[in-house]
Unconditional design. Sequence first.
Length: 362
Amino acid sequence: MSSKDYMKYTPQEFLNKTPKELGFFFPAEFYPHKSTWLSWPHKELSWPGKIEKIYAPYAQFIAEVSKGEEVNINVVSVEMKDFAMNYIEKTNANLDMINFYIHPTNDAWCRDHGPAFVINPHSLEHKKAIVNWNYNAWGDKYPPYDLDNEIPLHIAKEERLPVFNPGIVMEGGSVEFNGKGTVLTSKSCLLNKNRNPHLNQSQIEEYLKNYYGVNQVLWIDEGIVGDDTDGHIDDTVRFINENTVLAVVENNKNDENYHILQQNLKQLKAMKLSDGSPLQVIELPMPEPVYYDGCRLPASYANFYIANKSVIVPIFNGENDKRALDIIKKCFPNRNVIGIDSTDIIWGLGSFHCLSQQEPAI
């Protein structure tokens, strides 16, 4: 896409300053949404042998989100839009809240290739902008990704929003926010040399602070087994309010995730927020291991999505499903907590949070 397509909405002062310098910040997911952005799945290599099985639960996810906010769906063509509507119309979706955009994509993981919306409630003119991070499909694992890398610019043009261009690789699933100046992330992902090999930890922290508008970066070590993103935080630790996280734990000491998650838990319990208060930690069980075609999949209840009226949780037909849903319900008393079967979707190595990106209301 030509830079002229979006630069005309970016004031000159935006080109010389960071979002933080201009008063922008990335709000927490539990902040009110204007909409949710998705990219309709179509890459069979992401779900080899079962892509046709994911459309029904994916459409049900859309239906639940549509009850409280707009759902904006990137599609490759009008034919794909019609294909998608065939599934969505079979649900109880609010069709008036469903919008389609012909924004071609390589894959479906909008959390990572979609726009990072930052807001400035105190601005008189520009209250929302987009941070256009570079995207390289988790360390160049799954080329091509050129179309995905253009999605933030397509949406910026569509909504006439200013754009910030940090010039480094960053993925939405690798960062988790409390909306009050703190971001959580993992060393295994952000310090991996397949993303930004020219940057050290302190330099990456500066990018996080300047472009997400935060003051504090908190680190855990690792992600879960089977996660091809090198350890995205949205499979392990999630903020439920400004000072509390849900953190997944494995109770089976013989499971390969046990020691990884115990180490993360130890680190989380020692953390303090920027105001000096301790980070509150609620433990969330892991599901029983999910395998397909001999592969351990990154199944996690932490990959839930917080919509305006609901929290949509991936479940896996296991004995821990109910326990996890009960814990999450207590954390979100003012939202409907809904479990949707993700045993087919997780074969793509991600679930509902990985597939979605929120646009804040302002």
